[in-house]
Design a protein around this ligand. Structure first.
Ligand code: FAD
Length: 380
């Protein structure tokens, strides 16, 4: 398996528990030793789809012990009013905010306990599909390490190196659509007495038409704020973009104008804005996810999506369950990979489309009176 991120570690657990021999190669170091170095989206919304997979892997109790419940969207209007829009009728229909680094550490632990062998500092360098031989590079000294394989699983994320290697021998029909919007993460620290600064059990949204901010709670009582802006603003229409909001001072001016109630909550706004990387947003489409019985892709490597439905990880976890079940079916490996693709490719396309639609909904509709009336009627 290539990649010991969220999908790689979960699938390794599911397969090792079924008695498969699994070796997982991860290009980064072990986050349990050197701390998590994710570099993007500090926390994630975990929904029932993902939770179901965690239950099957036996990781749900530990994950839920650090999860923060989000029972709905807390919409922050321009005038400072707020409105909680529940996701369901009651607290049986909620989503959960989980810390990406803590989640990854839990998943690595359970994968190892299940018998998967984890190899860190092993970035995929090259694959010889004819000889079924793969080479990994150690990022510390550049040394190369070869291994034989029966099948490779690509859980190495949106920039998948395995996908590139597969594409080189057989076209996968790859297409990437960039959204034209990017994001920056900022932090709301705890209050001076160690509490949450705003309502903890909600996903906060500051919708502003063509752009927005969101904030998800963390169990250490901080919030991770994500500012989504177009790459190119439209000054004539008063729409900011990352081309006009380029430094901390300009970010402060934007917050003073558009997110005034959030501004006092983010004391290190300038620092965060200038030091945190800008993340790109894109949707990845493939026509094929496998190369006969030799390689298969899943998670972001197969279908990266924009984050507005909070379903990328949840969908990746569903892939893991589906692939483990198809491999168990007794079909030969190539047929199992084909059946997995036939099941999950249309599902992932649907979720990708909903994720794109939800950007419009979150940034432009949740503060709209007609929308609020419709939601109220739906929930009655
Ligand atoms: P990744 O998590 O990217 O893991 C890939 C792993 O492979 C990494 O450990 C990486 O180091 C390793 N790797 C990469 N290249 C190599 C190589 N060459 N060799 C070996 N190893 C390699 N999803 C949700 O469900 N809910 C949310 O709320 C949510 N919010 C998000 C917010 C943002 C801003 C973003 C960007 C994404 C969000 N997502 C969310 C999506 C989610 O992050 C991804 O869908 C999820 O991480 C996919 O898991 P993965 O294991 O496929 O890939």
């Amino acid at each position: 398996m290539v990649g010991a991120g969220l999908a790689g570690a979960l699938l390794a657990t599911l397969l090792a528990r079924r008695g498969w021999q699994v070796d997982v190669y991860e290009k980064r170091g072990d986050p349990r030793i050197q701390g998590f170095q994710g570099g993007r989206s500090i926390n994630l919304a975990l929904a029932e789809r993902g939770l179901h997979a965690l239950r099957l892997a036996g990781g749900d109790d530990e994950v839920m012990a650090q999860a923060v419940m989000m029972r709905g969207r807390m919409v922050h209007f321009l005038d400072g009013r707020t409105d909680l829009q529940r996701y369901g009728r009651d607290d049986s229909e909620v989503i959960w905010s989980v810390h990406r680094g803590e989640l990854n550490v839990i998943l690595l632990d359970i994968a190892q306990q299940a018998g998967a062998r984890l190899h860190f500092h092993r970035g995929l360098a090259s694959v010889d599909f004819d000889r079924r031989s793969v080479a990994f590079e150690d990022d510390r000294d550049g040394s190369l390490h070869e291994s034989a394989f029966e099948s490779l699983v690509g859980a190495d994320g949106a920039g998948s190196a395995l996908r590139s290697a597969m594409n080189a021998v057989s076209e996968l029909g790859e297409r990437t659509d960039f959204l034209g919007h990017s994001y920056k993460e900022l932090e709301i620290p705890p209050t001076s007495d160690g509490g949450f600064s705003i309502e903890p059990n909600a996903l906060h949204i500051w919708p502003r038409g063509r752009y927005m901010c969101i904030a998800l709670p963390n169990d250490e009582r901080t919030f991770t704020v994500t500012l989504f802006l177009p790459n190119e603003g439209d000054p004539a229409a008063g729409v900011p973009g990352f081309d006009t909001v380029r430094n901390g001072e300009q970010a402060r001016a934007l917050f003073e104008r558009d997110f005034a109630d959030a501004l006092p909550l983010i004391p290190r706004l300038e620092h965060d804005f200038e030091h945190n990387p800008k993340g790109l947003l894109a949707t990845l489409y493939l026509d094929r996810w496998h190369l006969d019985d030799r390689a298969v892709l899943l998670g972001d490597a197969a279908h990266a999506m924009v984050p507005f439905h909070g379903q990328g990880m949840n969908c990746a976890f569903e892939d893991c369950v589906a692939l483990a079940e198809h491999l168990d079916s007794g079909a030969d490996r190539a047929a199992a990979f084909a059946a997995f693709q036939a099941q999950r490719l249309p599902d992932s396309r649907a979720i990708q489309a909903m994720a794109l639609e939800n950007y419009l909904e979150m940034r432009d509709r949740v503060d709209n009176d007609d929308y609020l009336l419709q939601r109220a009627l739906e929930l009655r």
